[in-house]
Ligand binder design. Structure first.
Ligand SMILES: [Zn+2]
Length: 146
């Protein structure tokens, strides 16, 4: 059986397209995490509260941040003091370092964010099957199953 919990988070990002970069913009995401395994002796797959705590704990690190892909060589990133400066082509941005989160990806798409979050969730959840859906809007979402 599967149990699922939902959580919400907001991030800003700059997505690389095939020949261009989008402008810096943000989304309010919905994350739906489902875990599948056999019922335990209490008749539960997993306590909803525990599952939501895990999801929220991981999402909290990204929430209300500008996400940057640390593996993208086109982004010239400099961390100086409490500032993060980055340049993409002819655009330069400077933000407070505490408002920026680097994730080990080459782009900050919903797909890459989902893969990153699933890798973090896998470290905390022992279920045999795990599914994370990331909704960028009510009618556009990605699903990763492991
Ligand atoms: Zn976007």
């Amino acid at each position: 059986m599967r149990v699922c919990v939902t959580s919400h988070f907001s991030i800003a990002h700059v997505v690389k397209r095939r020949n261009s970069w989008e402008t810096l913009h943000g989304h309010n995401y919905k994350a739906v995490l489902c875990v599948e395994k056999e019922l335990d002796e209490l008749g539960m797959v997993m306590d909803f509260k525990d599952l939501k705590l895990v999801l929220n704990g991981i999402i909290k690190k990204l929430d209300h941040k500008t996400l940057l892909p640390s593996k993208n060589k086109e982004i010239n990133l400099r961390l100086e003091g409490n500032l993060a400066s980055f340049q993409i082509r002819n655009k330069k941005y400077t933000l407070p370092l505490e408002d920026v989160e680097l994730i080990p990806t080459t782009n900050v798409t919903a797909e890459e964010v989902a893969l990153y979050l699933v890798s973090k969730l896998r470290e905390k959840i022992q279920a045999s099957k795990l599914e994370l859906s990331i909704y960028e809007s009510p009618d556009m979402f990605v699903v990763e199953r492991v």
